[in-house]
Design a protein around this ligand. Structure first.
Ligand SMILES: NC(=O)C1=CN([C@@H]2O[C@H](COP(=O)(O)OP(=O)(O)OC[C@H]3O[C@@H](n4cnc5c(N)ncnc54)[C@H](O)[C@@H]3O)[C@@H](O)[C@H]2O)C=CC1
Ligand SMILES: CC(C)CC(=O)C(=O)O
Length: 364
């Protein structure tokens, strides 16, 4: 991979490699764009096959956060961290303290939160070293685990997508195939179950599957079979790139709406869905509930205010469909257009020179 060629192509601002031999920390903080404000995005801990895979993941995810925060109307830029390692085996306190010091060194250009493989407890450890962390324990006045908020947003966005596909936003009787029933999808399944949807679930973690079967009467299938399930809605809630050349021809769903980041393997797969008449709720618009929730901490966390804002993901998804219909473009392209318009609009105002103390040369 030609790193600087890639950074230039998508205009990344900064990439920080963090290494701490004692604790085993190997992390990549990617800051894509801070036009709208400090870069906010979670920290993912995962076992990557290669270091290059980890770098690419950090870069793709951070760019996704730029678009997510812009489309959600937040005054935040996009960034993300990946920590290389197995979250079940390789974590230790010193690792997250060392990582916290790296964040502190960025002096507010990057603010972190949870993602796959990290927990509220990890954020509490980071908080020992820096204030630039959200999603810490509510006991510290924070918003806590963002997953239930993300799930609520996905539920609201899914209803908007169902309305687009079926002419009514009711989920009663709809068959939803849920891939990955982790932190977000467990809460999503609860909302769907309460509204009378039928759930088919899969996960590589058998306990997670069993919990959904026990709590929501879900039917379980093997991980690779989820793409062949007869269903109305496919909800990707595990990792990215599951909408690809192989799976599109297997999916029977009329709607794709889930929490996973980077659901399309490539942008052209959004075009393929559009041509097949499958209603795709763009990932970074529908899964913004978590970041909206943690971003509220910047104003002094107020749960009611955050939830009211998350509820409106329904309207934001509907707006994407409207742009898609108006301009005859796939929904992923419509979402990008919506986000880019906001960033480009504000970029102009940012070019105005603003003096600070470093611009005044004092020679006495
Ligand atoms: N937690 C949050 O608030 C947010 C999460 N997201 C995204 O939503 C997705 C899920 O996040 P979480 O629920 O927090 O993570 P999680 O780690 O709690 O859940 C993911 C689940 O997917 C399962 N999984 C992994 N590979 C799989 C496969 N090939 N087939 C089936 N299951 C598989 C895992 O075993 C796990 O149970 C991720 O893509 C994450 O980036 C996006 C926005 C916010
Ligand atoms: C988990 C969120 C709080 C932020 C994030 O990283 C995301 O939305 O993907």
């Amino acid at each position: 991979m030609e790193l600087f060629t890639y950074l230039e192509e998508y205009d990344y601002e900064q990439v920080v490699f963090c290494q701490d031999k004692e604790s085993g920390l190997k992390a990549i903080i990617a800051i894509h764009d801070t036009t709208l404000g400090p870069a906010l995005g979670g920290t993912r801990m995962w076992t990557y096959d290669t270091e290059e895979d980890a770098i690419i993941d950090a870069l793709r995810l951070s760019r996704g956060m730029t678009y997510k925060n812009a489309a959600a109307g937040l005054n935040l830029g996009g960034g993300k961290t990946v920590i290389i390692g197995d979250p079940k085996k390789d974590k230790n306190e010193a690792m997250f303290r060392a990582f916290g010091r790296y964040i502190q060194g960025l002096n507010g250009r990057y603010i972190t939160a949870e993602d796959v493989g990290t927990t509220v407890q990890d954020m509490d450890t980071i908080y020992q070293e820096t204030n630039f962390v959200t999603g810490i324990s509510p006991a510290f006045g924070s918003s806590g685990n963002p997953s239930p908020a993300t799930a609520f947003g996905v539920y609201r966005g899914m209803k908007a997508a169902v309305n687009e596909a079926f002419g009514s936003d009711s989920l009663e009787g709809k068959v939803v195939a849920v891939q990955g029933v982790g932190n977000v999808a467990y809460h999503l399944c609860r909302h769907l179950h309460e509204e009378g949807a039928q759930l088919v679930v899969t996960d590589i973690n058998k306990e997670a599957v069993q919990r959904a079967v026990d709590d929501f009467g879900a039917k379980a299938v093997d991980p690779d079979d989820i793409y062949d399930v007869e269903c109305d809605i496919y909800a990707p809630c595990a990792l990215g790139a599951t909408v690809n050349d192989d799976t599109i021809s297997r999916l029977s769903a009329k709607v794709i709406a889930g929490s996973a980041n980077n659901q399309l393997a490539e942008s052209r797969h959004g075009e393929a869905l559009y041509e097949k008449g499958i209603v795709y709720a763009p990932d970074y618009v529908i899964n913004a509930g978590g970041v909206i929730n943690v971003a509220d901490e910047l104003y002094g966390y107020n749960r009611e205010r955050a939830m009211n804002r998350i509820e409106k993901i329904y309207d934001n998804i509907a707006k994407v469909f409207e742009i898609s219909r108006r301009d005859s473009i796939p929904t992923n392209v419509a979402a990008d257009r919506m986000a880019e318009e906001r960033i480009n609009g504000l970029n102009k105002s940012r070019s105005t020179f603003l003096q600070n103390e470093h611009h005044i040369i004092s020679r006495r």
